[in-house]
Design a protein around this ligand. Structure first.
Ligand code: ZN
Length: 238
């Protein structure tokens, strides 16, 4: 199933469900637990929550750009993005929680009110890709579902919609290929055709399991319920 082939309202619904999923995991954490580690090296839950909030604000800037034609990038620079997260992480817990809620509401409002013709307007992501404004649905979907797992308090890839798992695995494989990584890697997802990451290279690592387990492994979130023959660490994809 292809996320991009879904009608736009369905894509936005999946993004909203992901935001709600992230918000539930965050609400289950006490203020003290926000100091705890995440699955992302060097980031506490404070960093992660601040990042998810600022990500929504950055996507609002892309939608404003699409609607107005006035270029407003997601972030001024990678340094500005990192500094914003570092500072956000020092906010009081209630302010961090408000940041997440408030920016998600703003993004939702932008999606509701964008002029229909602006969905196809081209904008540039933080990675430098030129995409239509409608791509913000997938960009947000990726962020909120994966980062809910990164909070490390019970979020599971098994809770993701199948179309999100498929889209994530496709993204990871495409990025590996674009960066000449993943030689010898063979992915066998239950019920799907197997994927040879770099065709014509001899197979050295075979990874098999459910879509949730293989996607979790491929995104670098650990080998949980997956069968890995060969190298245990996946190549980085970002
Ligand atoms: Zn992120």
């Amino acid at each position: 199933m292809d996320f991009a082939a879904l009608p736009l309202p369905d894509r936005l619904l999946i993004a909203h469900r992901g935001t709600a999923y992230f918000a539930r995991r965050l609400a289950e954490l006490t203020d003290d637990e926000l100091d705890g580690e995440t699955l992302l090296p060097g980031w506490t839950r404070r960093h992660l929550a601040a990042h998810v909030g600022y990500n929504a604000a950055a996507l609002c800037r892309l939608l404003d750009w699409a609607a107005s034609g006035v270029e407003t990038p997601m972030y001024d620079s990678p340094e500005q993005r990192s500094q914003e997260i570092e500072e956000g992480a020092t906010l009081p817990p209630a302010a961090i929680r408000n940041l997440v809620t408030h920016t998600a509401a703003r993004l939702s409002e932008r999606w509701r009110n964008i002029p229909p013709s602006a969905w196809d307007a081209l904008v540039r992501t933080a990675q430098g890709r030129t995409v239509p404004a409608s791509e913000t649905a997938w960009m947000r979907t990726r962020e909120v579902w994966i980062h809910a797992v990164d909070l490390g308090n019970g979020g599971r890839f098994g809770d993701f919609p199948d179309v999100v798992l498929d889209g994530l695995l496709t993204d990871v494989v495409n990025l590996w290929r674009a960066r000449d990584r993943g030689a010898g890697l063979f992915l066998c997802v239950d019920g799907r055709p197997p994927v040879e990451v770099r065709e014509s290279e001899p197979i050295t690592t075979r990874v098999s399991g459910s879509a949730a387990a293989v996607t979790r492994w491929a995104t670098g979130r650990g080998a949980v319920g997956v069968d890995v023959e060969g190298s245990v660490t996946p190549p980085p994809w970002l």
